[in-house]
Design a protein around this ligand. Structure first.
Ligand code: CA
Length: 196
């Protein structure tokens, strides 16, 4: 099983290739986009586990990509690490206020530092997901049936904040890749039909 999918949105070929190589070697599945429009499309279609986002991009810039990511239910929980250029403190501040999770300065952080930021964000996202939306991997094997049961068990006894009915865990087939079938899951209220 891979460590997760990371989308790199960066218009400079050199940077895109370097980070793509580093992340692939580290065991991540890597997607890349050379402009903001493609980056936004891939984010929606593939729902990567994390996005490395440049700010100065052709077509639509990184701020607009970030705005769309955070405004859309399908993408708003995806951790975003900004690629910034040295000396652009104002941009970093703005991106963090818009919901970016962290930033790196292009060319100044070592691959190891960037990897540690990525790992930190993925770990935090895993914790957040377990509260409402998270992914479940189901393989053909007994231990996975047990894992699924355990994951579903997390939903037991959780009440809807609106009508106090007990929430159920809904599973949505997400994608199939090496290692098994992934499902998106979320807690939903059977009574008022609202996702919790
Ligand atoms: Ca750029």
């Amino acid at each position: 099983m891979g460590k997760g999918t990371i989308l790199i949105v960066e218009d400079q070929d050199g940077f895109r290739r370097i980070y793509s190589d580093v992340l692939s070697k580290e065991g991540y599945d890597v997607l890349t986009a050379p402009d903001g429009e493609k980056g936004w499309e891939l984010s929606r279609e593939k729902r990567p586990h994390l996005i490395l986002l440049d700010l100065g991009l052709p077509k639509i810039d990184g701020f607009e990509v970030l705005r769309r990511l955070r405004a859309d239910n399908a993408t708003k929980a995806i951790p975003v690490i900004i690629f910034s250029v040295m000396g652009e403190q104002k941009d970093i501040k703005k991106a963090l206020e818009m919901g970016a999770n962290d930033y790196t300065v292009k060319g100044f952080y070592t691959p190891r530092q960037i990897l540690s930021k990525i790992k930190e964000q993925l770990d935090q996202a895993g914790v957040q997901r377990s509260a409402s939306v998270y992914k479940i991997l189901v393989k053909a094997g007994q231990e996975d049936a047990a894992k699924l049961e355990e994951d579903i068990g997390l939903a037991k006894g959780v009440k809807c904040p609106k009508c106090n009915a007990e929430l159920v865990l809904e599973l949505y087939p997400d994608y199939v890749r090496e290692g098994g079938h992934w499902f998106d899951s979320r807690l939903a209220c059977p009574q008022c039909q609202q996702p919790a």
